[in-house]
Design a protein around this ligand. Structure first.
Ligand SMILES: [Cu+2]
Length: 289
């Protein structure tokens, strides 16, 4: 008689187990894993399970015919999950924006998506990154960073720029500086902070500071993906400068999530002029260099 070994880490039957019938493994596994996501995941990672586990896909599938295909897939999916110290899968989605009539969205890539775990502490490592000033624009216009991160603002134009924020949580003014120079600012608190230049009214950027390692920006077509997200419950926030953030509770299973769709509402968005670092209207105060 064949002996089947499997380490079940993510479901009701956590722990090491050796059984003589694969159906006994399946009987211990929570039925919620038995779905199309498990099947999809398994098809991508079959080689991992074959190398790492005595219970290979081939044997599971042959045995699976005796107790049902779905259960066999559940066994295999959980065995694959066990090859990592904790199950970590991909979470992916698609963002769209509801615009005013006759308006086409052109800035989906400025959407920020982040997942905050409902329990436990997420370690977000601070980093240093850049937001250039080029052609009298901040480039990129939107940056997402972890709390404690630093952003450098190199001036790549042949004239003077300034960088400032008057938003509580990120109050700073780097002063005015010329071509080829760079100054930086550290973001100590989470939040979404508009960044401006005191010389040029039209220069606007946003720094989104998050307390989690699981964050992304969408691509031009609105698609986004996060890898190595441990299974569990999260609060997902989708942010865009022209819409109220959409906050959703999500449950990431061991098989990951592939199609989280979010529609942001920018249909009521109105652009509001901002004041300079001294609270003055740019147009009324005259030109500053
Ligand atoms: Cu400027």
């Amino acid at each position: 008689m064949l002996s089947w070994a499997a380490r079940v880490v993510s479901c009701a039957a956590a722990g090491e187990t050796t059984v003589t019938e694969p159906s006994a493994i399946a009987a211990k596994i929570a039925r919620k894993v038995v779905d199309h996501r498990a099947r999809r995941y398994l098809s991508l990672h079959i080689s991992v399970s074959a190398v790492a586990w005595e219970v290979t896909m081939d044997r599971i599938m042959r045995a699976g015919k005796s107790f049902g295909f779905a259960s066999a897939v559940a066994v295999a999916a959980v065995c694959v999950a066990a090859t990592e110290t904790s199950a970590q899968w991909t979470v992916a989605g698609l963002v769209s924006i509801q615009e005013k009539p006759d308006t086409k969205t052109s800035d989906l890539a400025n959407t920020v998506i982040y997942l905050e775990p409902k329990s436990g502490i997420s370690k977000a490592t601070p980093a240093t990154t850049r937001m250039a000033m080029n052609g009298s624009n901040f480039a990129p216009r939107v940056r997402v960073v972890t709390t404690g991160s630093t952003i450098e603002y190199p001036n790549q134009d042949p004239f003077t720029h300034n960088v400032f924020s008057t938003t509580p949580g990120a109050l700073f003014d780097l002063g005015s500086y010329g071509s080829g120079k760079a100054k930086s600012n550290k973001f100590a608190k989470p939040g979404a902070f508009p960044i401006y230049c005191n010389v040029h009214e039209k220069m606007t950027a946003y720094v989104v500071v998050v307390n989690t390692p699981w964050f992304a920006q969408a691509s031009n077509n609105g698609r986004w993906s996060l890898s190595k997200v441990p299974a569990g419950q999260y609060t997902m926030t989708v942010w865009h400068e022209r819409a109220t953030p959409v906050v959703t509770e999500i449950d990431v299973p061991v098989a990951g999530l592939a199609s989280l769709a979010t529609n942001l509402d920018a249909s009521g968005y109105k652009q509001v002029a901002h004041v300079d670092k001294n609270g003055k209207d740019y147009k009324k105060r005259g030109v500053i260099y």
